[in-house]
Design a protein around this ligand. Structure first.
Ligand SMILES: *Cc1c(COP(=O)(O)O)cnc(C)c1O
Length: 386
């Protein structure tokens, strides 16, 4: 046993990021400005979309999307229960109602075959979450959007590199929100980006992201002379600032290199865990590009003398940091209390809630680290074998 925990995640920050930050600190301009603009431009180029709006989080992007789409009291938004609370909190903030549908076992994405039966006159949007970086069934989602006049707001916190049938996530739905939180595929510490191809929407989102005033602060004192701002709508304080963008500009350049390293690790995990009775693996579909944000194993507790939490604790005790993505939101105290959800209504989400474990998956990992994770997981399962 080791006393030091091998971390579940570590960011990969290079000399370039640090140099850029120091230069910006010395420049005297710290808030939203030229670095944010450059990061937004490079990000839009990477996605292939018209507009990318830098924000202080993916959560902010999801919230602004709902606000700008006019989603308010009494409206319903269809989403997955296997996600982070940010996805549904912003719906509740708008006094709208999150409507869950159960997930599919192959990907843990929402089962799109279940969407249409939940659409009624109050339904205003579908909010797909591309779990672990595996895109949801966007053909079905976009067809339903057209047929029922719904807005598609994507939670792409895991899905920066993802493609669906050769089309980039962030360039298909109406609004897509990405995360640069510390554990995500690229990071700005905290941060997010919202993409859209709709010019009017982009203009509105920019205004909403910075107090609802008409001009960006950094343009107000430009070479055109002093410009007054005007308050157009009660906005939010959600803007990205240049110190974040300094990280983002250089992280984005490495996005595919990082992914390639994670793919190598995924390959080794797959080889090691395929055919192990106590483990079930997810089954990616064909015709997609997976962003491999998470590597999830499903521990088949019916073949073990221990619950998932006991297995998870033992792996941690043996020195490997692991995580759980996610326990189904419908059984969280808030949803049980305010939406009266009970056990049994989403059998797939509940089954996987009790069995998923996420293993470390990041470019800083060495081959030796990967071996140690594999051995620790297999030894632990052996210990609890029936
Ligand atoms: C990380 C995460 C978010 C929130 O991202 P922030 O940038 O921290 O706001 C939202 N949804 C999912 C699925 C996430 O994993």
């Amino acid at each position: 046993m080791t006393s030091e925990l091998f971390p579940f995640h570590q960011s990969f920050i290079g000399k370039e990021e640090i140099k850029e930050i120091v230069q910006t600190l010395n420049s005297g301009w710290l808030t939203t400005g030229p670095k944010t603009k450059l990061f937004e431009k490079n990000f839009a180029d990477y996605i292939g979309c018209k507009h990318a709006i830098g924000l202080n989080s993916c959560t902010a992007g999801l919230h602004l999307s709902l606000v700008a789409s006019g989603i308010s009291s009494g409206d319903e938004v269809i989403t997955s229960p296997i996600t982070f609370p940010a996805t549904t909190n912003v719906i509740v903030h708008q006094n709208a109602k999150p409507v869950f549908i159960d997930i599919e076992p192959e990907t843990l994405n929402m089962n799109c075959a279940g969407i249409e039966s939940k659409i009624n006159n109050n339904t205003k949007a579908i909010l797909p979450v591309h779990f672990a970086g595996h895109p949801c069934d966007m053909d079905t989602i976009m067809t339903l959007a057209k047929k029922h006049n719904l807005t598609i707001i994507e939670d792409a916190a895991h899905a920066l590199e993802s493609k669906y049938h050769e089309k980039k996530i962030g360039n298909m739905g109406h609004l897509t929100s990405f995360s640069f939180y510390a554990t995500k595929n690229i990071t700005t510490g905290e941060g997010g980006m919202l993409t859209t191809n709709d010019d009017n929407m982009a203009e509105k989102l920019r205004i909403l992201s910075l107090h609802g005033i008409s001009k960006n602060a950094w343009k107000r004192y430009g070479k055109d002379g002093f410009q007054h701002w005007e308050l157009l709508m009660p906005g939010y304080k959600y803007n990205m600032f240049d110190l974040q963008a300094c990280l983002g500009i250089h992280q984005l350049k490495k996005v595919e290199t990082f992914l390639n390293r994670r793919k190598q690790i995924v390959k080794r995990y797959n080889t090691a865990f395929q055919g192990v009775d106590e483990i079930q693996l997810l089954k990616p579909k064909s015709g997609i590009k997976h962003a491999h944000h998470l590597y999830v194993i499903i521990v088949k507790t019916e073949h073990l003398k221990a619950s998932r939490d006991v297995v998870l604790n033992e792996i941690q005790k043996r020195g490997i940091g692991v995580a759980v993505h996610f326990r189904s939101l419908h059984l969280q105290p808030f949803f049980k209390k305010h939406f009266n959800f009970k056990k049994g209504i989403f059998p797939q989400a509940e089954y996987f809630s009790d069995r998923v474990i996420s293993l470390p998956l990041y470019p800083k990992m060495t081959d030796k680290d990967v071996t140690k994770v594999i051995e620790t997981v297999l030894d632990t399962l052996h210990l609890f074998r029936q």
